[in-house]
Design a protein around this ligand. Structure first.
Ligand code: IPE
Ligand code: IPE
Ligand code: MG
Length: 270
């Protein structure tokens, strides 16, 4: 982003910045409850925290940011909260799109969007089309997304593709056959996962893609999350040794950290 770097943003010469950060933005409801406000006030404040985080990630050179905004299980919430979340999502796209575009951000949505109202579906595809050529940061919003849904839809698409091209449907499927059909197939796997709000679970987020991601949890509630927290998470990431199954000694001999075993990532290692 073009804004001045803030003092608390990580110094770039301290080691590798994660290329891809994935975040479960949790704690909006508790943030509101602590202030005796309705839950939706927490979601509204949470939407503002997204802006600060996108900016901080852009400033430190993160290339892919994936945010969990609405899970396939969140339909179980009270109808008025679900409908307020949908309204907020649409409004956030309308309000933020030109700024994102101006800053070179590519906007994408993963998840089953067929359940969204046509107007929201249209807003999403227009935003994706407008920003498709941007390269500074890929911002992916996971909406009506579930990790299990993702694997299932990938299997379905793989089988459809096999049927189309005359490959036997019962031919064995290996990891690299399935990988291209998963959401985020064209992004490197997340290097760093962050969950705010104190819960230490995955809640059906990116199940396949998080296989070798470094996990970082914070008690901070999402509406209070900002550049300082991004810095803390990235600093923790930099202190870790990613072994991908190997030993520390092997890594020292190789002189560099190896890529994940499933190296068939389209965006590849740098
Ligand atoms: C995360 O905050 C936002 C969504 C899941 C949409 P929550 O609404 O889950 O907040 P808590 O967990 O109730 O505090
Ligand atoms: C996960 O948060 C989903 C999102 C942040 C969008 P939840 O608040 O829905 O997760 P659980 O229900 O506590 O596992
Ligand atoms: Mg929650």
């Amino acid at each position: 982003m073009r804004h001045e770097s803030q003092a608390n943003v990580v110094n770039l010469d301290q080691g590798a910045v994660p290329r891809h950060v994935a975040i479960i933005m949790d704690g909006n409801g508790r943030w509101a409850r602590r202030r005796h406000l309705p839950r939706i006030a927490g979601h509204r404040k949470g939407a503002q925290a997204v802006r600060a985080t996108v900016q901080a990630c852009g400033e430190i050179g993160i290339e892919y940011l994936t945010l969990f905004a609405f899970s396939s299980e969140n339909w179980r919430r009270p109808a008025d909260e679900v409908s307020a979340l949908m309204t907020l999502f649409a409004r956030a796209i309308e309000d933020e799109l030109s700024r994102l575009h101006e800053h070179g951000v590519r906007f994408r949505v993963i998840g089953d969007r067929s359940r969204f109202e046509p107007r929201l579906q249209q807003l999403i595809s227009d935003a994706e089309q407008l920003t498709a050529g941007n390269r500074r940061l890929v911002l992916t919003i996971a909406a009506n997304y579930g990790g299990r849904w993702d694997v299932a839809q990938a299997v379905n698409r793989l089988l459809a593709e096999r049927a189309r091209s005359g490959i036997a449907l019962d031919a064995p499927v290996d990891e690299s056959d399935l990988q291209p059909f998963l959401s985020l197939a064209d992004a490197p796997e997340p290097d760093l996962f962050i969950r705010t709000g104190g819960e230490t679970r995955i809640s059906n987020f990116l199940l396949w893609q998080l296989a070798y991601t470094e996990l970082w949890f914070t008690e901070t509630l999402w509406p209070d999350f900002g550049a300082a927290d991004v810095s803390a998470a990235v600093a923790s990431f930099r202190s870790r040794e990613r072994r991908f199954g190997r030993t520390s000694e092997q890594l020292r001999v190789a002189g560099e950290v190896e890529s994940p075993p499933l190296a068939a990532q389209a965006a590849g290692a740098r």
